[in-house]
Design a protein around this ligand. Structure first.
Ligand code: MRU
Length: 354
């Protein structure tokens, strides 16, 4: 099944915390369950969080006995507040919330039924657009992957992280369909192992040769000349191209530059935040220390130690060789190319031209 599905007034999603051991589908009509699922990473990955939160808003307002549009909008505001408080870094969440708010308020005086219909259409549009973006990112990005490539990726930017085929992993899949991928090195991605659990699961299912490495092995494989390109997703891209992604991405970009290997970021334009001038303004989520001090429920850290557990880091745009979007491939200087793409100008490569 798809990572997220809307059917019969309910949201269905795979509980990603249980993968790959168990494939458990959760079905809910309660937006608070969606909030909890995002917070606990049952639903994760920037685009998937945005899509799930849009359906979360829809679940919140689909309640019987609303007295009128005023009460519906009050319920919507509360749901948007709760969903926005789940995770701070991925901008897709906030972009989706803005779209849901605009569709509820942007049509003038409306009946409850009319607002509900607009909200349902908007949530489905956000999902549909993400599916189309993933496909376009894959085809665009595959043009950057020459024959016989070995790739390296970090965290999970695959189908599980989006409503579609993924971002970085859509590029891998499209390049593999063209016969150009020899193997993919997958960083295990401490502390929650999105690489080992999720990316490896997705790639092996697709029949792509997958080599799992610990995060600290990345330097060695790059130094040996075993990697032709590094490709990752993004949680938020600042106006100057600085990119927040899973912690551990920045050191990979430094290593890639050191070894003269291209470092690509694949993300839909909904991940670009033009309101944030550079990476220093991107809010970086800090996770509970238990995610670092324990492994599979067993404490591994010495008692009394303190912990610093940021979920993301920021890679300066100066280390990014290209940003692959659904509208084409962006090159430095990103201040100009990102502003241009948001104005609707064409980028290089073939995007979906939206
Ligand atoms: O904490 P997570 O698992 O939500 O972090 C996810 C990532 O960092 C992904 O690389 C990013 O969201 C891009 S997903 C297409």
């Amino acid at each position: 099944m798809a990572t997220l599905e809307w059917a019969d007034g309910k949201l269905r999603f795979i509980d990603q915390t249980l993968l790959p051991a168990q494939e458990v589908i959760v079905e809910t009509a309660d937006y608070r369950t969606v909030c909890q699922a995002i917070r606990s990473l049952k639903i994760r990955g920037a685009p998937a969080i945005g899509v799930a939160a849009a359906f979360g808003v829809l679940l919140a307002v689909r309640r019987p006995h609303l007295s009128g549009p005023g009460e519906l909008l009050a319920v919507l505001d509360e749901a948007v507040r709760d969903l926005s408080a789940t995770r701070p870094t991925a901008v897709n969440l906030f972009a989706a919330m803005r779209r849901m708010e605009r569709s509820a308020r942007g049509g003038g005086e409306m009946t409850v039924q009319a607002i509900l219909a607009r909200l349902a259409a908007e949530a489905l549009a956000i999902q549909r657009e993400d599916i189309a973006s993933c496909r376009a990112i894959g085809e665009c990005g595959a043009d950057l992957i020459p024959p016989r490539s070995s790739l390296l990726t970090h965290c999970n930017a695959g189908a599980l992280a989006t409503a579609g085929e993924g971002t970085a992993l859509a590029v891998v899949a499209a390049a593999a369909r063209r016969g150009n991928v020899v193997r993919v090195f997958v960083d295990e991605t401490r502390p929650l192992f999105q690489g080992a659990r999720l990316t490896a699961w997705e790639l092996v299912k697709q029949g792509i040769r997958t080599v799992l490495i610990t995060d600290s092995t990345a330097g060695s494989v790059l130094a040996r000349g075993d990697v032709n390109a590094v490709i990752v997703g993004a949680d938020r891209i600042a106006a100057n191209g600085d990119t927040a992604n899973k912690v551990g991405t920045y050191p990979l970009a430094v290593l890639a530059r050191r070894h003269d290997v291209p470092f690509y970021v694949a993300a839909p334009t909904s991940t670009i935040d033009p309101a944030v001038p550079d990476g220093s303004h991107i809010p970086i989520e800090e996770r509970d220390e238990g995610e670092v001090t324990t492994f599979a429920g067993v404490r591994i850290a010495a008692p009394g130690v303190s912990v610093y557990a940021p979920a993301f880091d920021v890679t300066p745009g100066s280390l990014v060789s290209a940003i692959i979007t659904e509208r084409g491939i962006l090159r430095p200087p990103y201040g100009e190319s990102l502003a241009g793409i948001l104005r609707g100008e064409n980028a290089g490569g073939k995007g979906n031209g939206r």
